[in-house]
Design a protein around this ligand. Structure first.
Ligand code: UDP
Length: 310
């Protein structure tokens, strides 16, 4: 199958491209390199099944493919807030363009949505039936509301034109090929620990997140691609939940670092807690994440050690 992976040079995208190539698919990787990087895909260039297209999804697309997977949107708080109007355009113009392409080609579209559609959730853990608690006018809204409207557009294409859509709500994911400087907690803490700098816990550090290793997330996306008759939305992630103080201490211990913790101001509208209910993913896709947090973090630490030369 020829798969168009938009955002294919990003963290999740490049890991998905690798899996698709390993499974014998042809990959058309499209990226604008806003947060994606050449380093993430350079190893695939010699593969005749891999092709790269430098383009932005907010421009109309004219590409032939059998399946579309959309990961094209800056996803870290730092980057999606740098140009909030562009982030919204990725989720509105970009999704319209992809859905029009899917309509012309009559092919399925798997879209990566986000746990951010739940906002600062009032139920815990979050299942897909929870409609979320999202502020429409906050500095996070360009991403949260953008991703929500992208889901709406997809469902309307499905209802109006009968298009085959699949929506995965991706929870916090980590692993090799993350950017070292995009402000996410996993990369921040590991890089700080490896450089012997203080780990910057925001707020009082009692807020929680649940972390999923990249190979599990890619497993989930592949299961969803290979499924039939299920639109989602479905949560993909893992249930390893930590507050940020405990998480910082784990990173200090796994890196054997002498770093200490410091407290920095909490970013505005930072959600208090986040953990996926994975019941639907298990029932519909047979998705059960396999990598335990220790193995996942150690592989990620090894990746950053190599990258930083520490
Ligand atoms: N965070 C932190 N220190 C950092 C970076 C992030 O304490 O150096 C916190 C942040 O306030 C949030 C959590 O870690 O509560 C996860 O942040 P991230 O940006 O990785 O993901 P998201 O907020 O999108 O879930």
């Amino acid at each position: 199958m020829r798969v168009l992976v938009t955002g294919g040079a990003g963290f999740i995208g490049s890991n998905l491209c690798e899996r698709l190539l390993n499974e014998g698919h042809e990959v058309l990787c499209l990226d604008n390199f806003y947060t994606g990087s050449k380093a993430n895909i350079v190893e695939f260039i010699p593969d005749p099944n891999f092709e790269f297209i430098r383009k932005d999804i907010i421009e109309p697309l004219n590409i032939e493919a059998d399946f579309i997977v959309n990961l094209a949107c800056p996803a870290s708080v730092l980057y999606y807030q740098k140009n909030p109007l562009k982030t919204m355009k990725d989720n509105v113009y970009g999704i319209f363009n992809l859905m029009e392409l899917a309509r012309r080609l009559n092919v399925p579209v798997l879209h990566t949505s986000t746990s951010e559609v739940y906002g600062s959730p009032l139920v815990h853990p979050q299942s897909e039936s929870y409609n979320g608690n999202v502020n429409p006018v906050s500095i996070r809204s360009c991403y949260d509301e953008g991703k929500r409207v992208a889901e709406t557009i997809m469902f309307d294409y499905h209802r109006v034109y009968g298009l085959d859509i699949r929506i995965a709500r991706v929870f916090n994911t980590y692993g090799p090929k993350m950017l070292e400087n995009d402000g996410r907690v996993v990369s921040n803490f590991i890089v700080q620990a490896l450089k012997g700098k203080n780990l910057t816990v925001y707020g009082d550090g009692t807020q929680s997140r649940s972390f999923c290793y990249i190979s599990d997330l890619v497993d989930g996306l592949m299961l969803f691609m290979n499924s039939k008759g299920f639109t989602g939305p479905v949560n993909l992630g893992n249930t390893y939940e930590f507050n940020m103080i405990d998480f910082a201490n784990i990173i200090i211990s796994f890196t054997s670092s002498k770093s200490k913790i410091t407290f920095d101001p909490l970013p505005k509208d930072d959600p208090v807690k986040r953990k996926p209910d994975l019941t639907l993913a298990k029932e519909k896709l047979g998705y059960v994440p396999k990598i335990n947090i220790e193995d996942g973090l150690k592989a990620t630490i090894a990746y950053f050690r190599k990258k930083l030369g520490t």
